[in-house]
Write a protein of this length. Structure first.
Length: 243
C-alpha cells in the first residue's frame, strides 16, 4: 500500500493581493510600522486623515475627490508623468470615504504593485457591515496583483469587522482599553494578557494563512528620527508630532 503524501500547507499565489489589519493605541508604533512597509512602494494611495503619511513620505497631496478622480482616470489610461504616490487629505466623512474607496478600487485594479493605506478606520466605519466601496476592497483584495491594503485603527472594537474577517495578516500593538485587548485577543487567538503586556513599539502579528504568530519590535535605523512615530526630529531634538 502506497503512503499518502502529507498535504502541503497553503501558500498564496505570487500575484495575490494582501490585506493587513493594523491596530494599536496612539504612540504604539503602528503608523511607524506601516510607513516602513510602504516607504519603497512604487504606487501608493493613502487616506491620510491624520496627516501622518504625507510629510513622512513626501507624497503628492490631494484635497479634492474630483481632482483625485481625474488622476485615477488618467492613470487608468496609462498616461505617464503623473504622481503615483498620493495622499488624500480632504474632509473625513463617511460620504467622502465611500467615494474615495470607489476610486481606490479602480486605482488598485489598474496597475500591479500598488499599495493602499486607510488611516483611522474607526472614523469612517462602524462595527456593522462594511461601507460601500470599502467592503468591495476588503472582499476582493486578492485581485490586486502584488498589491497590499493596510487598514489602521486605534479602536478595533469600533471599526469595521470585515477587515478582521478577510485580512491575510493582523498586526497588533499596545492597546489602551481592556475591551480592545479582549477584542484583539479573539482574532489573534491569544490570551488577552499577552496584548496587555505589550509596550510601545512591541507587537504581535498573526499570518492567517499559515496560522503563525510572531512577535516583534518596531526599530528605526537612524538616530535622527522619533522613536515613537519615525518622523525626522527637529533641530532641537523634539518631534513635531509627539513633542
Amino acid at each position: 500500500m502506497s503512503r499518502r503524501k502529507p498535504a502541503r500547507p497553503h501558500r498564496p499565489r505570487p500575484t495575490e493581493g494582501q490585506a493587513i489589519a493594523v491596530t494599536g493605541a496612539a504612540g504604539s508604533g503602528k503608523t511607524a510600522w506601516v510607513i516602513q512597509q510602504v516607504r519603497a512602494s512604487p504606487r501608493l494611495l493613502v487616506w491620510d486623515s491624520g496627516y501622518d503619511f504625507l510629510p513622512a513620505l513626501q507624497l503628492a497631496p490631494f484635497r479634492s475627490l474630483r481632482e483625485l478622480g481625474e488622476l485615477v482616470t488618467h492613470q487608468v489610461r496609462h498616461r505617464e508623468g503623473l504622481p503615483e504616490r498620493i495622499a488624500y487629505t480632504g474632509p473625513v466623512t463617511v460620504e467622502h470615504f465611500v467615494t474615495f474607496c470607489k476610486l481606490a478600487y479602480v486605482w488598485m485594479r489598474s496597475h500591479p504593485h500598488s499599495d493602499l493605506v486607510v488611516d483611522e478606520l474607526a472614523d469612517v466605519t462602524n462595527p456593522g457591515k462594511a461601507t460601500r466601496g470599502w467592503g468591495e476592497i476588503v472582499r476582493k483584495h486578492r485581485k490586486f496583483r502584488y498589491g497590499r491594503v493596510f487598514a489602521i485603527t486605534q479602536r478595533p472594537a469600533e471599526s469595521d469587522k470585515s477587515i478582521m474577517g478577510n485580512a491575510t495578516a493582523i498586526h497588533c500593538g499596545r492597546m489602551n482599553l481592556e475591551s480592545d485587548e479582549v477584542y484583539m485577543a479573539r482574532y489573534l487567538r491569544v490570551d488577552p494578557q499577552e496584548i496587555a503586556a505589550l509596550h510601545d513599539l512591541e507587537y504581535l502579528e498573526l499570518n492567517k494563512r499559515t496560522k503563525q504568530l510572531s512577535r516583534g519590535v518596531v526599530t528605526f535605523g537612524s538616530s535622527n528620527r522619533c522613536g515613537s512615530c519615525g518622523r525626522p526630529l527637529e533641530k532641537d531634538g523634539s518631534c513635531g508630532r509627539c513633542g
